[in-house]
Design a protein. Sequence first.
Length: 204
Amino acid sequence: MQLLEYRMALNAFGLNVKTINYHIVAIRAFLKFLLKNDIDCISPDKLELAKFPPREVSFLNDEEIQSILTAPTLWNKKPLKQARDEAILQFLFGTGLRVSELINLQKKDIKLDSNQFYVIGKGSKMRAIFTTKHARDALNKYLDLRPDSSPFLFVSLSPNHLGDHLSRNAVEDLVRRYANLAGIKKRVTPHTLRHSFATSLIKK
């Protein structure tokens, strides 16, 4: 009864489902500790985590896809940054890569004369990735302009961090910025582009 009241109190404070679940997981761990030490208590398994509402995954229509993919050309006048940003957007959409997979790609992972490469994805499993001609062309253009010797495929272009590993936040900010510049009203993330890629395959 006290645990139920505690859960209701957390909800009354306006905490989101994820935060409430953190509290429940902590209590579960404490209850397991008590049982391990032969202290009588409620079974941790009786404390169920709150269920998340189904995540609404949006996708872009053909016009929106075209708008965001061409946005770097229209809104960025620095050749290297324009080429990098276009290559990132083309890769996110044209390959279905996750952000974590994208930022960990190295030059050695890609064969520019092939439409296929491999990444280590979730669960440390290797999977084949196929690229579009637009993605390969954008990547070639970007690499031709690269002045650094970093092994990573997509890197920071900041003067103080030139060649550094590109962060997840940087990619998310990049996608959001070009979506806004392209006039797309819905929330756009790298996952939106990935989902749009999958949707485009179904439509073909």
